[in-house]
Ligand binder design. Sequence first.
Ligand code: ADP
Ligand code: MG
Length: 552
Amino acid sequence: MAHGSLADLLRRIDRGGYGQYRRLSGTWELDRIGIEVQRVQADPFAPPSRIRVTVPAEVADLSPELWRGKARATALASYLVRRLAANLRGGAFRVDAGGQEVLARSSSEVADGVVHFRIGIQLPGKGRTIDGVTAHRLLCEQLPQAVRKALDFRYETAREFVETIEDSAALRDKLPELGLVAFVADSALLPRRSGIDDRPLESGGISFRSPESLAAKVELPNRGTVSGMGIPEGVTLIVGGGFHGKSTLLRAIERGIYDHVPGDGRELVVARTDTAKIRAEDGRGVERVDVRPFVGELPTGSDTGDFSTENASGSTSQAASIIEAVEAGAHTLLVDEDTAATNLMIRDARMQALVGKSSEPLTPFVDLVRPLHAEHQVSTIIVMGGSGDYLDIADRVLMLDSYIASEVTEQARAIAATPTGRAVEASTFGPIRHRSPEPGSVDARGKNGRTRIRNRGTDTLLLGESEIDLRALDQIVDPSQVTGIGLAIEKLARSGALTDTIAAALTHYAAELADVPALAAGSTDDFVVPRALDIAAALNRLRTLRIRDLKS
Ligand code: ADP
Ligand code: MG
């Protein structure tokens, strides 16, 4: 504890040089709330200073009902930081509260009834001198009041929030024992307001109803029994005419790896955490991936068992992304024809007749989905309105007609019984080769030797001297996840864990690093604890990544 009070210090340094703000560093107490000034900006135009607020359990006075268990603690932290953000809106404070998803983030933690907030503050200046009067108002009045107000919530509302999240997490946890990869509850509302607004459609939305044949019932800790559509393991096809809601359903499933706030419409739409959305991404780099399941002899003669490129095509990028996802531990793949490479998805009988196998290096996904499931226990959900060849290989076919889902597997079987003359091009997938990065090819340090991790929204991770393009990763939804991925990569690289295989490094991450305290060490930035799969996806898009060893 610093001597004297924060108010006294602010009075003393008022109108002094801006650099005097350095003296705020350290821990203060205001109205029984702890305020640790962790980083002070050097000038008024630098990124905001960082503060960690600690509210002791006696002061926060939270009912243990609200935070007991991991799901509830994360949910309550999210609920509280949303309230704090609402109370500190505009002006000097930066509070990372998040959107429709409830994510474990550094801006707020609840541990044993103690509440921590991490926030940014733009320390006020008049020119290059300290505006101590405003600083006093912000730090000594507005901040503690906002913290008190955030904690002064209606119990019922907070309870609904944490119960919603606990139910959704429990539902996700139950998927494996039910043999399901995803669950979409009856009366869920899937459509969003717009492509850039993730809130639920305000009016005219048709709520979801499960087809009778896929209906499942699940018992949840708070809500009791819920009914909805269970999507079993295996190969699921979503068909239907254009604009009938196929992509909307798939997108809700892809976001089902996250819990959603009450009122979102997708509170009980869940997918297993090891679900990877895959898309074509021409131009991406690929580093030593064994893409032989998809790509045979190339005209360049390059070895597709050890394939690298700085500039992948749509099809090879998608092939590499599939292999990399499985390597990193994905057990469900989601593919939408809207964002897939046609020539990797299908090759019909007529094209087979015209272009012989000897001059077509690609084996289409349609022939690999079943082997992928048989050999690697990887399930697939595919949106495909454009090719009937998938009817041959699907375990079940779901049709969307004006947003209403029905199961049409029987009809699909009957149609598939008439041969098209198409030849099956593969009967096995083959092993996945595991890759070990070259130490030093992953470096979070900039030229000056200092760690540099920053996000440019959800599009780009700036890591050391590199820019990692994340735009093709649809499951990265929050800029703070991008920072979290950077912190995870930096810690894995520094600990030496990245010299092992990528899969082993991810196992190490899950065991040692995947929580707020571990990732926060040495950083004051806002971040979200990222998913292992997204760390791997970012690493695979790092242009400096070099692989030293490939093993089966
Ligand atoms: P598809 O992939 O079949 O072409 P989309 O999923 O892109 O169709 O949906 C087309 C449009 O319909 C989108 O604007 C979407 O927001 C809207 N939509 C999707 N599902 C629903 C629904 N259940 N109720 C109302 N509108 C919906
Ligand atoms: Mg679509």
